[in-house]
Ligand binder design. Structure first.
Ligand code: NDP
Length: 268
């Protein structure tokens, strides 16, 4: 029997996750279906309950439901616990279990696909929502020093507070970035979804800086700004999307798909 999976978000029509998981299933000969489902903003829990009752095996969770997903879980992996956000759910015997594959996905894309090692790099992480929570632990573990800048400063402060005893992690407003520069700047805000640029000061990018927008599939205002400001490498989040999906697929199906061909296929 075909095992059913889905991605839940709001909005969701732009999602490439169904294409990616179908490509993985074909490649690894897994009998699964995978669809995109838009939950109403006040209807995430009831949507998940419906999927469980209809016999789905699991789902991915995207903007803006990653914190709500955490609250629904009976059990969490260590990385979901560290992130305090969940992007992958497993439905087993009536229980909901949560994982977070965003950090692994981002690291695989930056360090392996883009060959940019983060050890001792100065990383600026923009945003303090579900996506930023999902990746900060892995960036920290890779040996980078991190500044988290967010529109709402308190959320950035809350996010960095647990890391402060172990290394350099600073919270900032966007204005507070004036006069600073970074090796890697990651846009984990949802500003690109609205085709907006966070109010960033000039001078953030050095000649060899990497600008990374987690949004994918278009030239975002952030990537345009970074290129104009002299970042040498500007990339969207398509590689991360495929890598985090591969990790979720591996955890669900216990078979690891190849990612390079799928990334190349989607880039076309
Ligand atoms: P959330 O809704 O959880 O968080 C949104 C964040 O963006 C908050 O920090 C919010 O700030 C900030 N923000 C929203 N609008 C603006 C704006 N106009 N200017 C500045 N800051 C803004 O979303 P997620 O964290 O789940 O997702 C963020 C983005 O990352 C989305 O675009 C999503 O598609 C992408 N993503 C991509 C992935 C990939 O695999 N490529 C994986 C995960 C996410 P405040 O706290 O002040 O409200």
């Amino acid at each position: 029997m075909t095992d059913k999976y889905a991605v839940i978000g709001h909005p969701i029509s732009h999602s490439k996750s169904p294409l990616i998981h179908q490509a993985f299933a074909l490649q690894t000969r897994q009998d699964i279906s995978y669809q995109a489902i838009e939950a109403p903003l006040d209807g995430f829990k009831s949507t998940i309950e419906r999927l469980v009752s209809e016999g789905y095996r699991g789902c991915n969770v995207t903007v803006p439901f990653k914190f709500e997903a955490l609250k629904l879980c009976k059990q969490l992996t260590g990385r979901a616990q560290a992130a305090q956000a969940v992007n992958t759910l497993f439905f087993r015997d009536g229980d909901i279990l949560g994982d977070n594959t965003d950090g692994v996905g981002l690291l695989a894309d930056i360090e392996q696909n883009l060959a940019c090692k983060l050890l001792f790099k100065r990383v600026l992480l923009l945003g303090a929502g579900g996506a930023a929570h999902g990746v900060i632990w892995q960036i920290f573990n890779a040996g980078a020093t991190i500044t988290v800048a967010n529109r709402t400063l308190e959320k950035a402060q809350q996010m960095v507070s647990e890391f402060a005893p172990y290394g350099t992690v600073i919270a900032s407003t966007f204005e507070g970035l004036e006069g600073k520069s970074f090796d890697v700047v990651i846009n984990a805000t949802s500003s690109s979804l609205a085709n907006e640029l966070p109010p960033l000061p000039k001078g953030l990018f050095k000649h060899k800086s990497l600008a990374y927008d987690m949004m994918y599939g278009k030239q975002t205002p952030f990537l345009k700004f970074a290129a104009e400001q002299g970042a040498s490498q500007c990339t969207d989040g398509l590689g991360m999307l495929v890598e985090q999906a591969a990790e979720a697929f591996f955890k669900w199906r216990e078979v690891r798909p190849e990612t390079a061909a799928v990334i190349a296929q989607l880039r076309k």
